[in-house]
Design a protein around this ligand. Sequence first.
Ligand code: PMP
Length: 397
Amino acid sequence: MNIQDPHPIKWQFSERAQGLQSSFIREILKITQRPEIISFAGGLPSPATFPVERMRAAYDKVLLDAGKVALQYGPTDGFAPLRAWIADSLSTEGTKILPEQILMVSGSQQALDLIGKVLIDEGSRVLVETPSYLGALQAFSVYRPEFASVDTDDDGLVPSSIDAVAKGARLLYALPNFQNPTGRSLSLARRRELVETCARLRLPLIEDDPYGALSYTGAPMPKMVAMHPDGVIYMGSFSKVLTPGIRLGYVCAPLPLVRRLELAKQAADLHTAQLTQMVVYEVVKDGFLDEHIPTIRALYGRQCRAMLDAMAEHFPAAVSWTKPEGGMFIWVTLPKSIDAMQLLDTAIASRVAFVPGAPFYANAGETNTLRLSFVTVPPERIREGIAILGKLIAALL
Ligand code: PMP
């Protein structure tokens, strides 16, 4: 039956839905997926690092050994052995993290949504770095907070700038390791100062850390959650160390909060796929990541170096950029007179793409900044793309 409705529904979207906007990056990605474009725009991990065979073997094993459990509904908080493995990996000599503090989520992006749901009311103040991760700004925006920006400098978030904006704030969202979008990391002294400041202000501190393991120099920095587990909400992800397509992440939070997050998750999607969690546990339980992550670091480190070298050679002296020691991104600051949106138009015409910086600012931002990702482009294409960008920038000076 096909009803010919003379009075079609006039959709009345909720005010919340009316505020929804597509991420600017996702829009750019549609253009940049054309094969002739050298794209530094994507935030995608390199598929060359995906352990396809290892995953296939784990799916086979889980389905053979425990198929009936893997294909059944599961608990909201997640697959217990994986939660215990994560709690153990986050525990340090001085700080024990309990498995009950871990909630498995469908990608850490879901944790951002759940945190917004349980901590943000309309008009609540939310503190973010300048610039910050666009996906977090998008996730929190659904709950219509008032964003206040915390200062950053070449060394990342400036803890001494928090007091001035902290009044009434519900949370501070921080990215201490190889930040998206700048690639910057917080020094140990700054981490301590940040944790102490938030503890003094009784301000929940969110530590979003999908890139922490991807340090090119080796030793990862101490996690802030280990410095103050009662005040820090840690978010981790398997997207950058295994594969993003499985959509698996986790939150580690103080018990009263994690139980609220669990209720919010139950209402959202009951639980994260049991099969996925069992497969990931099968892959990671015997130390696979200890051999796998160094191969990711080596690949990204080489490509980062290729990009930094090419920039030093081809970019005009008036341009500056960050020198990340891990992660996936470099942040570029152009002379004030150049608008990165305008540069993007000419760059795409010359077959090179990047993400302009403006969407990464919660409030009014800089129009002369941009983000480059080096992870999915081989070194010779990196050199070619950076040389083109250098010429385009020089022509605008
Ligand atoms: N946080 C940051 C800083 C990110 O860059 C990303 C992915 N780009 C996420 C969270 C979400 O990651 P996922 O949902 O894949 O775990």
